[in-house]
Design a binder for this molecule. Structure first.
Ligand code: TXA
Ligand code: MG
Length: 372
């Protein structure tokens, strides 16, 4: 059988073409997979109430069926279909967050309603729900008339896609439709917050900041930063494996309390590797690009400046993919302050590096990768 080739449908996010949106919404309702833009990353969507369509997502991504999907809704009224409860029936803290952060990059883990098949939630009695801000995402869900289950539209374990071209590179031979709505603005995935436990637990830092959530709730939120040693925390969100977001190249992330020192170490590492004849790429701060080139880097993915974390997040995954495309064997990167969006940036870098980072704090151990 000839391989299926995805058709890329361009849609202008500022003025979504209703005819195209209606056709793609009908395709979702008929059980097809449609990749679509969200403000975080591109999603691979299927009718969240159709067990067969949802199963096709796992097949296309080669994703283990133990990894639950996020269900996307177009408006608050769909919350009751997904959770079995109206907003008024859910705990007051849920309403506080919904009012403050939806539509936007915040996924809430809530009780699962009977309309959502087991396959969506990997058998869990909870479900991740998100009301995205992207106009195309919301128009598509509204046109389908059903909530859309969607993981990031990449092959399992690979870097999340922030453009339609990234989706095509990973899944172009496996799915029928990809909507091209331009690059995703945030660039990293939604924040995931478990609202079924007290206090609420941050399962994945993302586009909505931990500090903002705590301020909105007026209480601290539990968070255990993921590392190779925290197997218990990993069990909380089964999909949050450390091997997520991995580029093909080896990724060396330098960590340390002194952020500038981590970047200095990155520069000297590039020089050392280049001397040995390695093809080295860098996720680089703009201010250091020249020095990395001089040190012998053959490819630079600019992230912006360290104090503009929005720009770093926006360019991070695209940068990892660009460096893979440049066929580097090693990618080098320094640290970011884990405040605000920096917490999510650090999380993604650590996971892309398989949970192993190199500390520059202790000079004696600095040549040894240690467990994060
Ligand atoms: O920004 C995003 O969240 C993107 C866009 C497409 O919306 N989606 C996304 O989906 O990142 P995915 O599948 O790549 O990551 C979702 C993660 C899962 O790996 C799982 O760990 C967690 O969300 N998750 C989903 N449902 C859950 C539940 N009921 N309990 C705990 N964790 C859950
Ligand atoms: Mg993903």
């Amino acid at each position: 059988m000839p391989k299926q080739q995805a058709v890329i449908i361009p849609i202008d996010a500022a003025h979504p073409d209703q005819t195209r949106i209606s056709k793609l919404g009908a395709a979702i309702l008929a059980g097809a997979l449609v990749a679509f833009p969200t403000e975080t990353v591109y999603g691979l969507g299927a009718d969240a109430t159709n067990a067969d369509a949802v199963a096709a997502i796992f097949t296309a991504k080669e994703r283990p069926n133990t990894d639950p999907l996020i269900v996307h809704i177009a408006d608050i009224s769909q919350l009751s279909l997904v959770t079995g409860h109206t907003l008024a029936e859910l705990p007051e803290n849920v309403a506080k967050l919904v009012t403050r952060f939806w539509p936007g990059p915040l996924t809430l883990v809530l009780p699962r309603g009977p309309a959502i098949p087991n396959g969506v939630t990997a058998g869990l009695t909870t479900v991740g729900v998100r009301l995205p801000a992207h106009p195309i995402a919301r128009a598509l869900i509204a046109a389908a008339g059903v909530p859309i289950a969607a993981p990031s539209a990449n092959r399992f374990g690979h870097t999340s896609p922030t453009t339609a071209a990234h989706v095509f590179a990973d899944l172009g031979d496996r799915i029928p439709w990809i909507i091209d709505g331009g690059p995703s603005q945030v660039g990293i995935e939604s924040t995931i917050l478990d609202m079924t436990v007290t206090p609420p637990r941050l399962l994945r830092p993302g586009g909505v900041l931990l500090e903002e959530i705590e301020a909105a709730l007026g209480m601290p939120v539990a968070y255990q930063e993921r590392s190779v040693t925290s197997a218990a925390a990993t069990a909380q969100a089964p999909g949050l494996l450390l091997s997520h977001y991995a580029p093909r190249a080896r990724l060396l992330v330098f960590e340390g309390a002194d952020i500038a020192a981590t970047w200095e170490r990155a520069v000297s590492e590039v020089a050392a590797l280049a001397v040995r004849g390695e093809r080295v790429g860098v996720l680089s701060l703009d201010t250091l690009a020249g020095r990395f080139r001089t040190a012998g880097a053959i490819a630079i993915a600019p992230l912006g400046t360290g104090d503009n974390t929005a720009s770093v997040a926006h360019q991070l995954f695209a940068g990892l993919r660009a460096l893979d495309d440049a066929e580097v064997s090693t990618i080098v990167c320094g640290a970011f302050d884990p405040m605000g969006l920096g917490l999510a940036i650090r999380d993604r870098l650590w996971r892309a590096a398989g949970g192993v980072v190199i500390s520059v704090d202790a000079p004696a151990a600095s040549d040894e990768a240690r467990e994060a």
